[in-house]
Design a protein around this ligand. Structure first.
Ligand code: HEM
Length: 399
């Protein structure tokens, strides 16, 4: 569908330019049409974003889930199903994310962050995404799903290739890499059928144990769900950790404050999740003609919920561009809202807090060198950024 565009998606982006664009749109045209990336409405204000996410009866996820649209042949629940169809899939994973279950993850996450971060700091830093932040969520995912090391390595390689293909909008490669991820998911399901595990300790077994009205989940949907679980938690932490590092390099005083007072880390993580929200393009499609933010939306048009923008809306956050640790509870949209709100959020927060804690404990200062290569829609954050890591006193650089 084409209409006169309210904005164009820039070819090149920097670390700050998306925020400048979204600030402009929130001011002059908060629900803004672009003919790029398949044509979509960018929903940039907090209130409108929340309204779209909560009104699943009007705005469905069953048609297009991200901007740009990714042609897929298969449904991947829970994200690709509206309520109540999504609920059994969510429940299959939510049982592993209760506060009690999460407690057991803290020491494992501490060890994991140390395993990848200590060598990075010891070598004096380097390219943070490929050498640190991408390795970490895959290691977490591998433990979470009880994957054999070979599968974890394949997901690491295929996940990186999938992401690059998405960035380049190379849809042929994207389809190929998506198929490769399906193969990994299929093998995992076959393994759990051949060698059953306790559904209480294995997420794949939990998915296979789900019964709706007494019947197991349709095999293609169980497969789609596992394929989604295997990728969904990888990309956001990768780019967001890059953003945290850029922030620390730009604000050595914030870095020093966290080094001196690690108790501030949870609050600082929330504030950084607000400032550098890693998703901007999860999408919905209007079921009927409707009005949003004063604009006429036609049935069948796609809307990107721009979380990255909503979290800097001055209507909700005083001095929205400023890092402040005195905000208290925030009405954050970082992890979404409504029936698809991220079930992995507590685990992601635990991981990100531990990264910030160790990064500011192990280094006295980060220095960013060269340009930052940024990811594109549907994410926000660095894909490539090089840092010199100055070790903290008492943590000598190895050489
Ligand atoms: C910084 C890290 C993360 C961010 C910012 C994030 C953000 C989000 C957002 C915004 C959604 C909602 C999408 C929508 O409404 O269209 C979502 C959904 C989801 N996330 Fe996360 N996520 C993160 C990490 C994780 C992790 C670590 C896991 C796995 C343990 C995970 C699993 C999921 C799943 C399964 C869904 C789909 C839920 C549903 O459709 O019911 N995420 N995430």
């Amino acid at each position: 569908m084409t209409r006169p565009a309210d904005f164009d998606v820039p070819e090149e982006e920097g670390f700050d330019s998306p925020h400048a664009l979204f600030k402009d749109l929130r001011g002059r045209c908060p629900v803004a049409w672009s003919n790029d990336l398949g044509g979509f409405w960018a929903v940039t204000r907090h209130e409108d974003a929340k309204a779209v996410l909560e009104n699943w009866q009007m705005f469905t996820t069953t048609v297009q889930n991200v901007v740009p649209p990714v042609a897929t042949t298969q449904r991947r629940p829970p994200l690709h199903l509206d309520p109540p169809g999504n609920i059994p899939y969510r429940n299959a994973i939510l049982r592993f994310l209760t506060p009690q279950r999460l407690e057991a993850w803290q020491p494992r996450i501490e060890a994991m962050v140390e395993r990848f971060l200590a060598p990075w700091v010891a070598q004096g830093g380097g390219e943070i995404c490929s050498e640190f932040s991408f390795l970490l969520p895959i290691a977490l995912l591998a433990e979470f799903f009880n994957l054999p090391p070979d599968d974890a390595e394949r997901i690491r390689v295929v996940g990186a290739e999938f992401n690059m293909a998405l960035q380049r909008q190379d849809f042929e490669t994207l389809r190929e890499k998506s198929d490769a991820l399906y193969d990994i998911a299929r093998a995992l399901i076959e393994d759990r059928i051949a060698h059953p595990r306790d559904p209480d300790s294995d997420p794949t077994a939990s998915l296979l144990a789900v019964r709706v009205d007494g019947a197991p989940l349709a095999p293609d949907l169980a497969l789609g769900a596992l394929r989604q679980f295997l990728l969904v938690g990888i990309i956001a932490p990768t780019t967001f950790i890059g953003s945290m590092a850029v922030h620390l390099a730009r604000h050595p005083d914030h870095h020093a404050e966290l080094t001196a007072n690690p108790a501030l880390v949870p609050e600082a993580t929330e504030e950084l999740l607000r400032l550098y929200t890693p998703y901007r393009g999860f999408a919905r499609t209007a079921r009927e003609d409707t009005v949003l933010g004063g604009r006429q939306i036609k049935a069948g048009e796609a809307l990107a919920v721009v979380f990255t923008s909503a979290n800097r809306d001055a209507e909700v956050f005083e001095e929205p561009e400023t890092y402040r640790l005195d905000r208290g509870a925030r009405d954050l949209l970082t992890f979404g809202r409504g029936p698809h709100m991220c079930p992995g959020a507590p685990l992601a927060r635990m991981l990100l807090q531990e990264v910030l804690r160790q990064l500011t404990a192990r280094t006295a200062r980060l220095e960013q060198v060269g340009g930052i290569e940024m990811t594109r829609w549907p994410e926000y954050g660095p894909l490539r950024a090089v840092f010199v890591a100055h070790p903290a006193a008492g943590k000598k650089r190895e050489g």
